[in-house]
Design a protein around this ligand. Sequence first.
Ligand SMILES: O=C(CO)[C@H](O)[C@H](O)COP(=O)(O)O
Length: 226
Amino acid sequence: MTRGGSTAPKRAAGESAAELVTDGMVVGLGTGSTAAEAIRALGERVDNGLAVRGIPTSFQSRELAREYDIPLTSLDETTPDIAIDGADQVADGTLVKGGGAAHAREKIVDTAADRFVVVVDPSKVAETLTHPVPVEMLPDARSTVAAGVRGLGGDPTLRDAERKDGPVVTDNGNLVLDCDFGGITEPDALATGLACLPGVVEHGLFVDCADEIHVGHSDGVRVERP
Ligand SMILES: O=C(CO)[C@H](O)[C@H](O)COP(=O)(O)O
């Protein structure tokens, strides 16, 4: 199951990115409803004879890849030629990711790829990053990381699932703080500050990672190269 529904812009972005995949490639499979469109499009090409192997970034993308009979491999075996993943917000080539709490594995797979292609609809594109930054942390570090985030000027909220008692637990067994920094003017410095907090596993700021951003519209796709 994916958060968010399928829309024509998401589908267009996903299909545009999936078209970049050629025979024999290893593909990083992102998480979320837009990345799911790319996985579906790739699955259809696999059904028509394309030979690829996928490296999933989450339980969700692994299940979807299996549903579409996309053979899987891992970073222990190889690295991706291309990774295709969504984002919660994009400004000037920098991303906020982690709406699905998968940003730790996403960052590992996406940055290991030769080419990282981001797929979004126009609602994700902004002048300045204002989306809260997800921070995955070890459960024991919940209070100290929250204090550290406040020290960096952020307002942390423990992520809670709506239909579940207790906090969201990531695929890695950790917790997530959504940290509101208002407008982020220096993402590089913030990324370093967050990464240095003891107990932080990974944060959702992706600075200097994306090679291409495919923005789907109802009448086509615009490709940006940061
Ligand atoms: O970072 C992510 C998951 O951790 C997703 O890529 C991000 O939340 C975008 O999802 P969607 O395409 O459903 O809006």
